[in-house]
Design a protein around this ligand. Structure first.
Ligand SMILES: [Zn+2]
Ligand SMILES: [Zn+2]
Length: 349
């Protein structure tokens, strides 16, 4: 039986359906798992994605893209291939792509985050749903056993305490985070009664897309709306890593800084970052999450696309599964953006 999804120079390709999934070169037909830049690129002839991600995709790729939106679980058929999109729990509208042809089912995950048992669900996107399949194409961004996330409640408790302590000493709390997904999870997770929240201009259009899609986020201010320095000193400030230490953050005076990323679990990297604090906040599955998701698909064959591919592949092979890697051009820029590079496996040892 020929493979339903193969590697091509343009990206992951479905030969019988004649379409690509998250291609990195321009193609005629692209199915897009989510709006992060390494998965959703400009220039494709036709886009198929979740309807709920439409606002984000148009904000990032242009209002005029030729986009067909699907509800989660809705099916379309293309050249005899049934295509449907299922929640990935990663960012607003993120989806796994299920393709079915002549009784064979493949699922390409894009990026995903699982909800640990007993944890409260993420309020900013639909939770990950395992989809039964024969072959599962999985990401592996945090595919090392050291990566184990703490519950969200504990993490946001840490961020709230840091913010409250800084405000009590008259310092703004500048938290660097990726503008799409991470910023909105922080907004939805923190205690907004602690003080004003200022968002960098890179995140605000994305906040608006979340609000328009029905995700309740606390009120955010643009820095130009604040003239009272006392307000700045009590504020939680969200900005991309590139703004850290720039003239944009200088206006906050003697501020406390921190970075939110899954990479913060690695101590050596935290030291190199040079920031006051690191919060281990990721929108990807941790090691137990990856293994749980892979097991729940029931797939006999696993293909890992990006991240710690060799480690995950070796582990799955040891469990008796057929496992291999695909070379892709997906990155982890939404996790790794800061001055310091992400850790290598040597750091993690
Ligand atoms: Zn992503
Ligand atoms: Zn990615």
């Amino acid at each position: 039986m020929p493979d339903l999804i193969v590697q091509r120079p343009e990206g992951l390709y479905c030969p019988p359906g004649d379409f690509y999934i998250d291609p990195w070169r321009r193609v005629e037909r692209a199915v897009i798992t989510h709006a992060h830049a390494d998965h959703a690129r400009t220039g494709h002839g036709h886009y198929l994605a979740t309807a709920v991600s439409e606002g984000l995709l148009r904000a990032r790729l242009g209002a005029g893209i030729n986009l067909q939106g699907l509800a989660y679980g809705e099916t379309v058929e293309h050249h005899g291939v049934r295509i449907s999109l299922h929640p990935a729990g990663h960012v607003l509208g993120s989806a796994q792509v299920r393709v079915e042809h002549r009784g064979r089912v493949w699922v390409a995950s894009g990026d995903y985050r699982t909800t640990p048992a007993g944890a409260r669900p993420d309020r900013t996107c639909a939770p990950f749903e395992a989809v039964r399949c024969h072959v599962f194409i999985t990401e592996s961004t945090f595919g090392l056993p050291i990566y184990r996330w703490r519950p969200d409640a504990e993490l946001f408790g840490q961020i709230n305490r840091w913010w409250a302590d800084n405000a009590a000493t008259g310092r703004a709390s500048v938290l660097s985070c990726y503008s799409l997904g991470k910023a909105q999870r922080i907004l939805a997770g923190v205690d907004a009664s602690l003080g004003p929240i200022i968002c960098h201009g890179a995140a605000e259009p994305l906040n608006e897309a979340y609000r328009a899609a029905g995700v309740p986020l606390p009120a955010t201010l643009s820095v130009n709306e604040v003239s009272d320095p006392a307000v700045l000193r009590r504020a939680l400030v969200l900005c991309p890593g590139a703004a850290m230490g720039s003239s944009w953050t200088k206006r906050f005076g003697d501020y406390a800084d921190a970075f939110a990323s899954g990479w913060m679990q690695v101590r050596g990297w935290r030291r190199r970052g040079g920031l006051d604090r690191g919060f281990v906040l990721s929108d990807h599955a941790d090691w137990p999450g990856l293994l749980g998701a892979i097991g729940a698909t029931g797939a006999e064959r696993i293909i890992a696309t990006h991240g710690s591919v060799p480690v995950l592949v070796r582990y799955l092979q040891e469990q008796g599964l057929q496992a291999e890697g695909f070379d892709t051009e997906y990155g982890d820029e939404h996790e790794a953006q800061a001055e310091a590079p992400p850790p290598t496996e040597a750091d993690a040892a």
